[in-house]
Design a protein around this ligand. Structure first.
Ligand SMILES: [Zn+2]
Length: 454
């Protein structure tokens, strides 16, 4: 009697796990990922040959074609391009100098913010006023702001252990500061780079102007530049700045998401998406943000295919276009899915850099969260332990409306903002072993969710 029950349980387990022992499957995934070099060579290509792949650029097109081929050779059953409308913003010449009486002229390292307006060829010259927040700017009022260059100087709070929380607490100055300054008649805006690191790299990013608000020139200044500027403002009453940023907003263009599939053998109509964004800022190789995430996603297909892991559900790997400026790639993907009536079971995004894996975040609660957290036991041999509530990513967020469980890949993020959106985010900053520990962790989680459900 007990023996029959025992064999029934074993049979049920074998059926559930595709006839394989998950412990052995995970071991094979990690062993293969840690000894295969194709992901690292894809990363090198994206960083060195498609550097600066801002949406609408030639480099972005090159990255689309390259990852299309990489997904075919990884063994995808089919790979398609999905047309995505993208904005077209082009950086120009950049120069920033302050003149503050006794200290004379001093250069600051700047980088124009995406979607900002350009200055005339010979730039603008105006007095700088410093504010720590948008609220403080509003309290100054139009009389104090009109015609001036507004300098947003609040640094990231370095006491926050989660570096993304620190970033999130400062980045409103970059995203909304220039628009708020323009409402009060400012000539331009300069924003302290949102990073925990006191270096001389400016970190760019998108800025958004409100409906009907006049676009003005807006730049990020390096943290060291920001500190110098604050000091000069403390020392002198009037600090005058010469700012040149001859960027331009061009008519909208289009580009592509790259969408690859491994068809499920049992529930092909249920889709699990693994995604990252292929575009980067124009000043950077975008190694951690987010070429690394892209090659990790490609690895899910390569690992499954190489190791003969057949998914029950369809696994879709997506290289999303235009995450950085306006998120159209993620929206087009979800819109198309809704139009076709697709069933989306889960979606995972890797867009927090590719340092050593710590775990995953799940947008789930109660029993469902507990079930997902129980999967952490399979990852103990790999020191991957943080299975937490709350996770996802901006490209997969639109899939939530279709019922897809949102999963965020969580690597160690202490160094991430040393690179993020700056020319410091290079191929050399990625450790191949850390990258591949992450690739293996992602493929393993997709495998476990597919066989055990949640
Ligand atoms: Zn990113």
């Amino acid at each position: 009697m007990y023996r029959i029950l025992f064999f029934t349980l074993i049979a049920a387990f074998a059926a559930e796990s595709g006839g394989q022992d998950p412990e052995k499957v995970l071991r094979s995934i990690f062993e293969n990922a840690l000894t295969d070099t194709s992901a690292y060579s894809h990363l090198r290509y994206l960083c060195k040959e498609t550097k600066g792949r801002i949406p609408g650029s030639e480099q972005a097109e090159k990255a689309v074609m390259y990852t299309f081929k990489a997904l075919v050779s990884a063994g995808a059953d089919n790979v398609q391009l999905q047309r995505v409308p993208v904005p077209s913003w082009k950086r120009g010449r950049e120069f920033c100098e302050i003149n503050s009486g006794n200290s004379g002229r001093e250069r600051l390292n700047i980088s124009a913010l995406g979607l900002s307006e350009g200055t005339p060829e010979n730039g603008i010259r105006a007095e700088v006023i410093e504010v720590k927040s948008i609220e403080q700017l509003r309290s100054l009022g139009e009389n104090a702001v009109r015609g001036k260059i507004v300098f947003f100087s609040r640094p990231v709070d370095n006491t926050l252990i989660n570096t993304f929380s620190g970033y999130g607490g400062a980045v409103d100055q970059r995203i909304s500061g220039p628009s708020e300054a323009s409402r009060l008649g400012a000539a331009a805006a300069v924003v302290r780079s949102a990073t925990q690191f006191n270096h001389d790299f400016p970190h760019t990013g998108v800025t958004r102007f409100g409906e009907g608000v006049k676009k003005i020139p807006a730049v990020a200044v390096s943290p060291l530049g920001a500190e110098l500027l604050s000091r000069r403002i403390r020392e002198n009453i009037n600090v005058e700045m010469t700012l040149i940023s001859t960027c331009s907003n061009l008519p909208d263009a289009f580009s592509y998401n790259v969408v690859a599939e491994l068809r499920g053998y049992e529930k092909a109509g249920e889709i699990i998406t693994v995604g990252a964004h292929l575009d980067s800022w124009d000043i950077t190789e975008g190694a951690h943000d987010d070429a690394g995430g892209c090659v990790q996603a490609i690895e899910t297909i390569r690992l499954f295919k190489t190791l003969g892991i057949r998914p029950r559900r369809t696994v879709r790997v997506v290289m999303f276009m235009n995450e950085e400026i306006s998120g159209t790639g993620g929206r087009v993907y979800a819109d198309q899915a809704a139009l076709k009536g697709e069933l989306h079971y889960a979606a995972l995004e890797s867009d927090r850099g590719v340092m050593s894996p710590r775990g995953f975040g799940f947008d789930a609660e109660g029993e469902r969260l507990k079930n997902l957290q129980s999967l952490s036991k399979w990852f103990e041999p790999y020191n991957i332990r943080d299975f937490e509530r709350g996770g996802g990513g901006s490209d997969i967020a639109p899939l939530k409306a279709l019922g897809a469980l949102q999963i965020g890949y969580m690597p160690d993020v202490q160094r991430y903002f040393e690179y993020h959106h700056s020319s410091n985010d290079t191929f050399e900053k990625v450790n191949p072993r850390e990258l591949q520990m992450g690739s293996a962790a992602i493929a393993s989680l997709i495998y476990l969710i597919d066989i055990f459900g949640f």
